[in-house]
Write a protein that binds this ligand. Structure first.
Ligand code: SF4
Ligand code: SF4
Length: 316
């Protein structure tokens, strides 16, 4: 399969377009850099379908999807934003229509079933697309699920790559463009596929909890909790789910600005596969005590070892 020219097909399912809004803020690189080939190795990409950003609308837009299902845009990267309802499993009904062409109704699940058989790479952007997110929240009346559950952890695209998930509600703008770019480079054989965790997220982005990289961690270690919004201190008593959520928002948001706990907002676990069901909710309820206890014990032991190591340290 020649990947010199590679199309991008971005579908929106049960979503709020928040990931689209997020990717438009990316600055390192920008979305424009990626689709105009300004990044070495990423030339030849064409965004042929994106319901929010494309010029075509109505039947013209639906025709692009029909053509894609018939192979006109091979090879392509399938990017999904939003969850996939499973009409057959849920109360009979139609829950996500993505277009209509000559009286043919295109349901998201039908389009995914078809495109998943042809796509070179599949990427789920955001928690809804990755694991179902808010549309999948209990009691999940539409049978919503993410691409990972829908296609299965063993699924592989035409290039042998599994579904790649970029979790978050929404994920950080730069993370989205970087992962899409990285996946394309991996597909072209220019770079290795980033190592993925058990939830198919790149470990280099999701390998740490927010708590481990939080700028407020000094207050946590010093035992200083904030008890009201705006107060100085760790946000744990206000319901922060940082200790149980893998996310890099504290180190990267936009141009180094922002990040939830950095701006005084407790993490509500939007990058966790459980979101928004427990244990990441209720959002402002205190998180489970077990990570706090484990970490306190580990921390005490770690500090004792650190102290001995420092005592023995060679004088400079
Ligand atoms: S604010 Fe949250 S992430 Fe930051 S130190 Fe406190 S508990 Fe951890
Ligand atoms: S810090 Fe928490 S709430 Fe903020 S983006 Fe990360 S997972 Fe979501």
């Amino acid at each position: 399969m020649s990947l010199k020219e590679l199309n991008l097909i971005w579908l929106e399912g049960q979503d709020c377009a928040g990931d689209t809004i997020s990717i438009k803020q990316a600055s390192n690189p920008t979305l424009i850099d990626v689709v105009t080939g300004a990044i070495p190795g990423l030339g030849g990409l064409k965004l042929v379908y994106h319901p929010t950003l494309m010029f075509e609308w109505g039947e013209d837009a639906a025709k692009v999807l029909i053509d894609a299902m018939e192979g006109k845009y091979d090879p392509f990267v399938l990017i999904l934003e939003g969850a996939i309802p499973e009409e057959a499993k849920a109360t009979p009904g139609v829950y996500c229509v993505v277009g209509e062409y000559k009286e043919r109704i295109l349901m998201l699940s039908e389009v995914i079933d078809s495109l998943a058989k042809r796509c070179a790479i599949a990427i789920a952007v955001g928690n809804c697309a990755s694991y179902g997110g808010p549309p999948r929240a209990h009691p999940n009346p539409t049978g919503a699920q993410g691409l990972l559950g829908y296609l299965g952890k063993g699924w592989k695209g035409a290039l042998g790559l599994p579904v790649i998930c970029i979790s978050g509600c929404p994920p950080r703008p730069d993370n989205i463009v970087q992962v899409i770019g990285h996946a394309v480079l991996a597909g072209r054989g220019v770079a290795p596929l980033p190592e993925l965790d058990e939830w198919h997220r790149p470990v280099y982005l999701y390998g740490h909890t927010i708590h481990e990289i939080c700028p407020l961690c000094g207050f946590y270690s010093g035992g200083v909790d904030a008890h009201k919004f705006g107060e100085t201190g760790c946000l744990g008593a206000l319901g922060c789910k940082g200790p149980i959520t893998n996310c890099n928002a504290a180190s990267i948001w936009m141009d180094g600005y922002g990040g939830c706990t950095k701006t005084g907002v407790p993490c509500f676990g939007c990058a966790d596969p459980s979101f928004p069901d427990p244990p990441t909710s209720p959002f402002f309820a205190k998180p489970p005590m077990s990570p706090f206890i484990t970490e306190t014990v580990k921390g005490m032991w770690g500090h004792i070892k650190m102290g001995f190591a420092r005592l023995k340290r060679r004088k400079i």
